[in-house]
Design a protein around this ligand. Structure first.
Ligand code: XIL
Length: 292
């Protein structure tokens, strides 16, 4: 909490706002976990990114295993969004409304929402969220869309279509779960940010971590290579006026999700296992041209 309060001015709950956490039983909402974080944020003058309203994971068993036809599924999603966005109305700067709706080839990802509702779930979610909190910024969020590529082309086309239809969408989130050994090219990330900006969208880097699992070299070399990647991606964001936030997916390496998801020796964040600032921290400050 100390490191968090001293170094950051924005916070994203990693699991506490997800469907299975907030609606463990149908119609029974529990925002206690998320409330703690929002209260901490307020006490420390931090903005909150709400994460996440519609995702193919974190589906509670009652909905995954229950039989719900299209109309009933629409009702479930509508109730979830009303309850959650309503509960945090005025306290969330930006909501990740729809998360990871695309496959890498650019097609709609198969998910319980696509199966039961069809692709219209995307538009519905943004409209309901906007009604529930007109002042919150509404984002589409995904991974692998940081640079110019097939998937970011599809995200661009999707969001351009939504804007043209007048759907209330304000921004795109680049998750930025990337690899230190094969990072996106800064110029490509910058150009990609610029094309979303040209649609009138804000850009946030929403879940940055830089995987060390495939790096070679000594530990020192690895940490400076990782630091350079943080510096480059921050540099891209700083060069683009519409890029308004850089959020990292955790504080200390000790608690990174990548240790269970990818490799038990992962060190992808800015602070080490003992909450000491790593070289990546200094590289990031260098990008910000911030002198401590
Ligand atoms: C991850 C969390 O970090 C884990 O703790 C949890 O078990 C699974 O979800 N993309 C997202 C995030 O949008 O919500 C995911 O978070 C990581 C990938």
């Amino acid at each position: 909490m100390q490191v968090l309060g001293q170094n950051f001015d924005m916070i994203t709950p990693e699991t506490e706002m997800k469907f299975d956490a907030v609606e463990p039983q149908p119609g029974q909402f529990d925002f206690s976990g998320a409330d703690k974080l929002v209260t901490f944020a307020r006490a420390n003058h931090m903005a909150v990114r709400g994460h996440v309203l519609v995702w193919h994971q974190a589906i509670p068993a009652w909905f995954a295993n229950g039989s719900y036809d299209r109309d009933e599924s629409i009702q479930v999603l509508h109730d979830l969004i009303d309850a959650e966005v309503g509960h945090f109305r005025g306290q969330v700067l930006a909501w990740d409304v729809v998360n990871e709706a695309l496959f890498d080839d650019g097609s709609y990802r198969k998910s319980i929402w696509l199966d039961r509702i069809g692709p219209d779930y995307v538009t519905m979610a943004f409209q309901w969220a906007h009604q529930d909190d007109p002042s919150a910024l509404l984002f589409y969020n995904d991974y692998g869309i940081e640079a110019l590529n097939t998937k970011s082309n599809a995200a661009y086309a999707l969001l351009k279509g939504l804007k043209q239809e007048g759907v209330p969408i304000d921004g795109v989130g680049f998750q930025m779960h990337i690899r230190a050994d094969a990072p996106p090219v800064q110029a490509s990330v910058q150009a990609n940010m610029e094309r979303f900006a040209a649609l009138g969208l804000a850009v946030h880097i929403t879940e940055m971590d830089v995987s060390t699992a495939y790096l070679r070299g000594t530990p020192d070399q690895q940490m400076s290579q990782q630091g350079q990647v943080y510096q480059q991606m921050a540099g891209a964001c700083l060069a683009v006026k519409a890029c308004g936030a850089l959020v990292v997916w955790g504080v200390s390496d000790r608690h990174t999700w990548l240790r269970s998801f990818l490799d038990p020796n992962e060190r992808p964040l800015l602070f080490d296992d003992d909450y000491q600032a790593k070289p990546a921290y200094a590289y990031l400050l260098a990008a910000l041209q911030y002198m401590p």
